[in-house]
Design a protein around this ligand. Structure first.
Ligand SMILES: [Zn+2]
Length: 256
C-alpha cells in the first residue's frame, strides 16, 4: 500500500514537472495557413479624375485627399466588402470618373453609360467646409461623402422615384458610410421615420444589423436587387419576420 502511494506521489511529481515544461502562456504554433482573403481577387474598374475648378477651390481637393484615384479605389473595395460576401457578387463596373466642379449641393453620382459611372463633388462645398474645419475633419468629410457616393455605384437599384425606393438607396449609402468607418455615431438622432433616408434610415439599418441580424445590410441589398418596387414592410417581414413599424419603435426606444 505504501509502495503504491509512493509511486502515485512520484507520478504526480513527474507529471507536474513535465506539464510545467510548457508554459500555458506559450503561443500555440498554428500549422494551418491563414485563410486567403476572397477580396484579394476583387476586380477594380478604371478610375479617372478631372478638376473643372482648378483655378478655384477645386485646386485644394488633391491637397486634402492626395491621389483621388487611390482614394476612390480604396473606397470601392471598402464599400463592396460591406455590401457583398465575395467579389463575384459585386456588379461589373468598368469605369468610375470623379469630377470636382462648382455645383450646388454636396455631391452626386450618375450612370453615364453601361458600367460607367461619374461622381461629382462640389468645390463650393469644399470651400465651405475648409473655412471652419480642421484639415483632418475636412479629409474625413470628403472620404465620408465619397464612401456614400460610391455606394450608389455598387449597391442594387430600387425605384428612386418612390419614397420607399429612394429611402432604402440613400439609407444604405449612409449605413455603408458608417460601417466602413467614415461616419460618426454622433450624427445619429432620434425621431423621424424609416423612410426619411440618409442618416435617419442609415443608422436604423446599422442598428438592425447590430441587433437583429449581422447580415441584415447584405440581405437588404440582395432583396432590393430582386424587388425594384421596394417596400419596407414587405422587406422587413421577409428578412426579419417583423413589421417595420415594430422594428422602428424598438429602435427608437433603444437609442433614447
Ligand atoms: Zn446619396
Amino acid at each position: 500500500m505504501k509502495k503504491i502511494f509512493t509511486v502515485v506521489i512520484l507520478f504526480i511529481v513527474i507529471f507536474d514537472f513535465v506539464s510545467c515544461k510548457k508554459s500555458p502562456t506559450e503561443p500555440e504554433v498554428n500549422t494551418n495557413p491563414p485563410a486567403e482573403d476572397v477580396w484579394s481577387s476583387f476586380s477594380y474598374p478604371a478610375f479617372s479624375y478631372t478638376d473643372r475648378d482648378a483655378n478655384g477651390s477645386g485646386a485644394y481637393f488633391e491637397t486634402y485627399v492626395g491621389d483621388p484615384d487611390t482614394l476612390m479605389k480604396s473606397l470601392a473595395l471598402q464599400d463592396c466588402r460591406v455590401l457583398y460576401h465575395d467579389p463575384g457578387e459585386a456588379p461589373k463596373i468598368k469605369q468610375i470618373s470623379l469630377v470636382v466642379d462648382t455645383l450646388n449641393g454636396v455631391a452626386y453620382t450618375n450612370g453615364i453609360a453601361v458600367s460607367s459611372e461619374m461622381t461629382l463633388f462640389s468645390s463650393n462645398y469644399l470651400s465651405s467646409i475648409m473655412s471652419n474645419r480642421s484639415k483632418s475633419a475636412v479629409i474625413s468629410e470628403i472620404e465620408g461623402v465619397l464612401a456614400h457616393e460610391e455606394t450608389h455605384i455598387w449597391q442594387k437599384n430600387a425605384d428612386y422615384g418612390s419614397t420607399d425606393g429612394w429611402s432604402v438607396i440613400e439609407g444604405e449609402a449612409d449605413a455603408v458610410r458608417y460601417l466602413t468607418g467614415h461616419d460618426n455615431i454622433k450624427r445619429r438622432s432620434q425621431g423621424g421615420k424609416w423612410t426619411d433616408g440618409y442618416t435617419t434610415t442609415g443608422f436604423f439599418i446599422v442598428w438592425l444589423q447590430q441587433n437583429k441580424d449581422k447580415d441584415f445590410l447584405y440581405k437588404l441589398n440582395q432583396y432590393v436587387g430582386t424587388h425594384y418596387e421596394f417596400n419596407w414592410d414587405v422587406a422587413c417581414q421577409h428578412i426579419l419576420n417583423e413589421a417595420v413599424v415594430d422594428l422602428w419603435n424598438e429602435y427608437q426606444a433603444a437609442i433614447n
